[in-house]
Design a protein. Structure first.
Length: 335
């Protein structure tokens, strides 16, 4: 009861803003509820400052609710469909993913961007936008300002991609499957992939969505790899401290295993169609709740202190992924 009492004010504040943001996202799907949640949360926190007694509930939403949302997203992934599409698009996805992180780290150092933010931008661009950022952020212990700025950066280039990609695809003479592969690889957020794919053609939209969902599974190995790297780093730090000790179990993303379990249950056909619809809505809303909490925790002054450099990095990484995705797809005859 005491726990609920301490969490209640923050849960209520986050829930109200998230409900408004979710509704706005339905009205303006190109923007999406998550972006509305982050923006409104940042405005509320920085213009009026959230009451101190709401802090625990907001932190709970930005951490725990975020992990539950990722688990529910697994209920939409068929492992058999992922395997089929993954084998067809493996080379393109691996090359673009590796180049995304390489560009994020390399240009991030040149631009003097904090490593955690560069990692989030690389993950968001190379894997699946806000979902990847949400999954990776607790593993690397990213700050709320870094999460908010990274998602805002990814969102900007999602909008550009939706507006530019269909026309580019037609100009390049891409097939429906070719454009679906390109959009599913180089556009980040699911809603933006769907918008770009179906703007090209219905067949391209269908395939782009499958490619995008397959890309989402890369969250699993990347999150585990990040946990190992963070754990190794902390273990070295602990070894240099008298009596210090550290275990990788402390940072291992256990929720990723539940994500895989949810995907397995869906693959086995254990979810009814109506239940899946409810799960889909719940997952979307929980993502909005979690990212609203991120916005409510973000300090705008700290975000703006880094200037436009993260945006420049986001543009570079996005261009690297877009160009390399097209180049590899062309070389492998898939476009």
């Amino acid at each position: 009861m005491n726990g609920l009492k301490s969490l209640g004010p923050g849960l209520a504040l986050t829930g109200v803003i998230a409900a408004v943001s979710y509704g706005l996202g339905l009205l303006f799907p190109l923007i999406g509820g998550s972006v509305f949640g982050i923006v409104i949360g940042i405005l509320v926190n920085n213009l009026w400052r959230k009451p101190q007694h709401t802090w625990q509930g907001i932190r709970f939403c930005s951490k725990k609710v975020l992990q539950w949302a990722i688990i529910l997203l697994g209920c939409r992934l068929s492992l058999s469909e992922v395997w089929k599409t993954g084998t067809e698009t493996f080379v393109v996805m691996i090359v673009t993913l590796l180049l995304s992180f390489a560009a994020a780290y390399g240009f991030g150092r040149l631009l003097r961007i904090p490593q955690r933010m560069a990692t989030l931008i690389g993950a968001g661009t190379g894997i699946c936008g806000g979902s990847a950022i949400a999954a990776i952020s607790p593993v690397i212990e990213a700050k709320e300002e870094e999460i908010a700025y990274s998602i805002s950066t990814i969102f900007l280039f999602n909008i550009v991609a939706v507006l530019v990609f269909p026309a580019l695809g037609h100009a390049l003479g891409l097939s429906d499957a070719g454009f679906g592969l390109w959009a599913g690889t180089a556009v980040n957020d699911t809603s933006s992939v769907v918008a770009a794919g179906y703007a090209f053609s219905a067949a391209a939209g269908d395939y782009a969505t499958i490619v995008k969902l397959t890309r989402t599974t890369m969250i699993v190995p990347i999150a585990i790899l990040m946990a190992v790297i963070v754990g190794w780093s902390k273990k070295r730090e602990a070894a240099g401290t008298a009596g210090g000790s550290f275990s990788v179990k402390q940072v291992f993303p256990w929720f990723i295993l539940w994500f895989l379990a949810a995907s397995l249950l869906y693959t086995l056909g254990l979810f009814g169609e109506q239940l899946l619809q409810w799960i889909h809505v719940a997952a979307q809303f929980m993502v909005v709740v979690a990212l609203t909490a991120v916005g409510l925790s973000a300090d705008f002054r700290q975000m703006t202190a880094t200037g436009v450099r993260p945006m420049i990095l986001g543009l570079i990484v996005w261009l690297v992924v877009s160009v390399s995705g097209y180049a590899v797809g062309t070389l492998t005859g898939q476009m």
